[in-house]
Design a protein around this ligand. Sequence first.
Ligand SMILES: CC(C)(COP(=O)(O)OP(=O)(O)OC[C@H]1O[C@@H](n2cnc3c(N)ncnc32)[C@H](O)[C@@H]1OP(=O)(O)O)[C@@H](O)C(=O)NCCC(=O)NCCS
Length: 236
Amino acid sequence: MDEVVIFGAGGHGRVVLDILAQAESYKPIGFLDNNRQLHGRRVDGLKVLGGMDMAASLYADGVRRAIIAIGDNGVRRDIARSVEAAGFELVNAVHPSARLATNVTLGKGLVIAAGALVCAHVQIGDYAILNTGCIIDHESMIGMAVHICPGVRLAGHVVAESGAFVGIGATIVQNVRVGFEAIVGAGAVVVQDVEPMTTVVGVPARPIKDAPSVDEFTALLSPVGADPRDPMALRQ
Ligand SMILES: CC(C)(COP(=O)(O)OP(=O)(O)OC[C@H]1O[C@@H](n2cnc3c(N)ncnc32)[C@H](O)[C@@H]1OP(=O)(O)O)[C@@H](O)C(=O)NCCC(=O)NCCS
């Protein structure tokens, strides 16, 4: 089995370690985590080797594969990019109890947790998390560094743009688009599009934090020209 290093030894890191152990797809060799109190300790039996700045020395020692096990979408995306720039290949952690249609498209560095159901023609972007027991129905698109929390239900043709966070137990009806870095609160029922960088809660979901102004939003767009409304687009 190929060796893999796990970035992040918190709660999500423990989930990812368990998935890798159950999937028997890679051999975890240790965690890297910037919490110094964890250094040298074992988390669920796997040693925390040191901070994330140890990546280069691990690479020099021949470790070539990594997975980023950090729940925060922006932090996960940024670390994933720098780890890839350092030469690592990001691997996927897919729990053996997850069920994926044969024609699902998978990016890299993504996590699909226990009991997730992913239906026909779904596309999943890089660094996404499909958490425990979520249901992603047909032809939905899960963008880069999106987090779909446990028990979320997405109907068909839903689009979650890059960096969106869909809280635990939320339901999103068909054909809805959840904007770039928007937040859907726990238990919400989303029946219409969610503007980028907006937080919505409740049944039916309504905004509690408005999107930034057009000028603020434009200033946040990628300087390399990636389209943030493209769910798979990269963004600086
Ligand atoms: C939506 C959310 C991000 C808002 O967090 P926040 O920005 O800190 O907002 P606040 O806690 O200040 O709440 C603001 C208001 O929205 C309400 N609210 C917050 N979350 C809500 C929710 N999920 N459903 C309904 N109302 C909610 C609060 O009661 C509060 O109402 P008030 O102004 O009348 O008192 C958060 O509550 C949430 O649902 N997070 C999801 C957590 C989750 O899924 N975790 C799983 C990780 S795997």
